[in-house]
Design a protein around this ligand. Structure first.
Ligand code: ZN
Length: 193
C-alpha cells in the first residue's frame, strides 16, 4: 500500500459503500493508519491509497501513541452543515502544498465503526474541517476544487508540477496507465450482496 499522488485516477474516483467488515478491511485500515503517521498526517481516505471504498481514518492529534484518538469512518454521511469558515488545509496526495479552503463551520456526521456500530458526531474546528476534507475524497473531490480563485491561482504552478512528475513516473513505468488503474478500481469496487 502506498499514498498515491495527484493526479492518480483513484483521487477522482467516486467510491462505493463498504459492504462487509472482514479481515482484509481491518488490515487495510491498520495499514492506512501506519501510512498516515509515517507521513505526519491527521487523516487519510481509502481513495488516497488506491482503494475504491467509502472509508477514511482520522487521528486529529497525529500522534501514533494516542490510539484512543483513532477514528475509523465507514460509509460516512454528513447529515448537517452549519455556517462557513475559511482555513488552511494540506493533503497527503499533494505533499508540501497548503491553501485556504472554505468549509462548513459545524457538521453532524454519521458513520459506522470497525465493529459495525453506527456513531454520530457533532464537530467544529479541526474535526469538522478534517472530516469534510476526507469525506470529499470518497467522492473524488479534492481540496484544490474548493479553494477560492485567488488561492487556487497561487497553487496552480505546484499542481502543474505534480501532474508533470506523475506523468513522468508513469512513462518510467512507476505507475500503470490510467486505464489499467481504472479497470483495477472497478474490479475492487464493493458489490452489494
Ligand atoms: Zn486529502
Amino acid at each position: 500500500m502506498q499514498i498515491v499522488p495527484y493526479p492518480h485516477p483513484a483521487l477522482r474516483w467516486k467510491s462505493r459503500p463498504v459492504q462487509e467488515i472482514n479481515a482484509d478491511l481491518r488490515k487495510a485500515v491498520a495499514e492506512m493508519f501506519e501510512l498516515m503517521y509515517a507521513h505526519n498526517g491527521i487523516g487519510l481516505a481509502a481513495n488516497q491509497v488506491d482503494l475504491p471504498y467509502r472509508l477514511f481514518v482520522l487521528n486529529l492529534t497525529g500522534d501514533q501513541d494516542a490510539k484512543e484518538e483513532e477514528l475509523v469512518f465507514l460509509n460516512p454521511e454528513i447529515l448537517k452543515r452549519k455556517g462557513t469558515t475559511e482555513g488552511e488545509e494540506g493533503c497527503l496526495s499533494f505533499p508540501g502544498m497548503y491553501g485556504d479552503v472554505k468549509r462548513a463551520a459545524e457538521i453532524v456526521v454519521e458513520a459506522f465503526d470497525l465493529d459495525g456500530n453506527v456513531f454520530e458526531y457533532t464537530l467544529d474546528d479541526l474535526g469538522s474541517r478534517a472530516v469534510q476534507h476526507e469525506n470529499d475524497h470518497l467522492d473524488g473531490v479534492l481540496f484544490i476544487d474548493r479553494m477560492v480563485d485567488t488561492v487556487r491561482k497561487t497553487c496552480d504552478p505546484m499542481i502543474a508540477d505534480f501532474e508533470a512528475q506523475y506523468r513522468r513516473k508513469q512513462t518510467e513505468g512507476l505507475f500503470p496507465s490510467d486505464d489499467v488503474v481504472k479497470a483495477r478500481l472497478k474490479e475492487l469496487e464493493p458489490k452489494p450482496s
